[in-house]
Design a protein around this ligand. Structure first.
Ligand SMILES: [Zn+2]
Length: 152
């Protein structure tokens, strides 16, 4: 699957906000504090656009183990191992889907539950990579060439 082509209709203001961060605010040249401040602001902005409660943000390598990040639904908290835009977008998509889901069927079978987790993972990968590719095709291409993306 080509994740970068999965989502074609992401809100224009959301794509523009990532484009601005990369090309105008020079995210990749910011120091840690600036990156973290921008990510917190972006979470507030994007949460408002989508009408969800803004997730809290923690950056801690030791808290996520081998992973790049995770979303804790019950605490509405995103934990990232480092300041990565694509991982931030990935975890935000989990927050968005979790908060927007209609209801959770507690009687769901094991296979149904596994299927839902897999779909939610594909959605988070697709949304984050598509958004990144649309915001800056050049940076997306570079990330692919340097093998910096887990999914493309
Ligand atoms: Zn995920």
């Amino acid at each position: 699957m080509n994740y970068s082509e999965l989502y074609k209709k992401i809100k224009k203001s959301i794509v523009a906000s990532i484009k601005e961060a990369i090309l105008e605010k020079h995210f990749y040249k910011m120091d840690f504090k600036e990156k973290k401040a921008w990510m917190k602001e972006w979470l507030k902005f994007a949460s408002e656009k989508y009408g969800i409660k803004s997730p809290k943000l923690v950056i801690s390598k030791s808290r996520v183990g081998e992973k790049n990040g995770c979303y804790e639904p019950l605490l509405n908290r995103i934990i990232l191992s480092r300041c990565s835009i694509v991982t931030l977008l990935h975890e935000f998509k989990h927050a968005l889907d979790f908060q927007k889901q209609k209801h959770v069927n507690l009687n769901r079978s094991f296979l149904e539950a596994i299927g839902k987790i897999k779909r939610s993972e594909d959605k988070a990968r697709g949304w984050s990579v598509s958004l990144f590719a649309q915001a800056s095709p050049k940076h997306y291409q570079r990330a692919v060439e340097k093998e910096k993306l887990l999914f493309k």
